[in-house]
Design a protein around this ligand. Structure first.
Ligand code: NDP
Length: 370
């Protein structure tokens, strides 16, 4: 049974969160009631998310929206979703009447995020939307406005901000373990096949920055805790096989933060480039690589516990979590925000900031998008 919106409000008002047993989420403790998610777009990332939800204790899959009914029926059987809770893109607004659906997970190509976020908000459902938030700054703003007007929550699925190894890197930096941060290097890339919607301007919005570079951009922001003040950037498209007629293939950019920290980042659609970052400070460095994968996150660090002395601390730690644990953490967070009436850690505004920065990065590289 799902938690109704009235129940959410009541639980929040009763300060339910404060009475939660250690190690057990508020939602799970409330007599096994779970936040119900309707997944919109049953592709690759949706599969990770649905497995993540099933793995956790706070949430469950209670609805599906798909253009392929056969696939939806198969997945519905797998997750115990009734046939009556399968929708098409045309009739998905009917989720409004479905009390088992508390929230939606928008897992569609980038250019469809705005429409389905806004329609879901109008149907009175909370929205967890994949990154990048949209394919234009104005769409991202409209999504935030629609969710505010409908009084529903909006979270952008920046899963790395809920992942323990990334969080440990942030903690080390905040505690001053590596001294004063000077420079960050980060990169992420994938070799995508021809025919992918990602390689079209219409569906992708832009090139590799929109899909994979955004991880590095977002990481430089959560690692520094600062907002960029300036960018410089270059793109190149080698286009050796005709895949890149519409979007850029390679992008490198440099970010300057208010403190003077500089970040040097790159992304590509033309090569497999494992996602990583290395942060250099006055007392040492911390690296996470892989940093943006679905599992296997590894943190290494080397720094001096004294003031600029010989490095005497060495860390090498791997997060033992396996896929789909990332997605469990992400869903748990949003479900708890819904129950406890809290703002998610990565709300729409976080996605909007990246949209503005990506627009600026592309502008400085001479590309007009977003
Ligand atoms: P897929 O192509 O695998 O899935 C997208 C799904 O959207 C399709 O399976 C389809 O579902 C539906 N869809 C509806 N209209 C279209 C259309 N015109 N063309 C293609 N698909 C359509 O994409 P991904 O799952 O890889 O990416 C989805 C979103 O998730 C993107 O925004 C991407 O950036 C993001 N993403 C996030 C990741 C993360 O780690 N957070 C990792 C990968 C992607 P159906 O058949 O059910 O209609």
């Amino acid at each position: 049974m799902s938690v109704s919106r009235r129940q959410f409000a009541k639980l929040g008002a009763l300060g339910f969160a404060a009475q939660v047993m250690p190690g057990m989420s508020a939602v799970a403790q409330e007599s096994g009631k779970k936040v119900g998610y309707c997944v919109i777009g049953l592709g690759r990332i949706a599969d990770h998310f649905m497995r993540g939800v099933q793995h956790g204790s706070t949430s469950k899959i209670t609805g599906l929206v798909s253009g392929h009914r056969d696939k939806a029926l198969r997945i519905a059987a797998q997750y115990g979703v009734p046939e009556s809770s399968i929708y098409s893109y045309e009739d998905m607004d009917r989720i409004r009447e479905n009390k088992a659906i508390d929230a939606v997970y928008v897992a569609l190509p980038n250019n469809m995020h705005a429409e389905y976020t806004i329609r879901s908000a109008k149907a009175g459902k909370h929205v967890l939307c994949e990154k990048p938030m949209a394919t234009s700054v104005s769409d991202a703003e409209a999504m935030i406005d629609a969710c505010k007007t409908a009084n529903v929550k909006l979270m952008i699925a920046y899963r790395c901000q809920y992942e323990p190894t990334n969080l440990k890197a942030v903690k080390l930096i905040r505690e001053g373990a590596i001294g004063k941060v000077q420079v960050i290097h980060s990169a992420f890339g994938g070799n995508f096949a021809a025919g992918e919607w990602r390689l079209t301007k219409k569906y992708g919005g832009g090139g590799s920055l929109m899909d994979v570079g955004i991880y590095a951009l977002n990481a430089t922001r959560y690692l520094t805790g600062e907002e960029p003040v300036a960018f410089s950037a270059f793109t190149s498209t080698l286009d050796q096989d005709g895949r890149f007629n519409e979007v850029d293939e390679n992008l490198v950019w440099t970010t300057r933060f208010p403190s003077g920290v500089l970040a040097n980042c790159s992304s590509t659609y033309g090569a497999n480039m494992p996602g990583y970052y290395r942060v250099y400070g006055s007392k040492g460095w911390v690296e996470v690589g892989p940093a943006f994968s679905y599992d296997g996150m590894r943190l290494r660090a080397q720094y001096s516990s004294g003031i600029m002395g010989v490095p005497d601390v060495q860390l090498d730690e791997e997060n033992p979590d396996k896929d789909p644990m990332h997605f469990t953490r992400e869903a748990d967070h949003f479900s708890e925000c819904i129950v406890k009436e809290r703002t998610p850690k990565t709300p729409g505004e976080e996605g909007l900031r990246d949209m503005r920065y990506m627009k600026e990065i592309y502008r400085t590289a001479g590309v007009t998008v977003l």
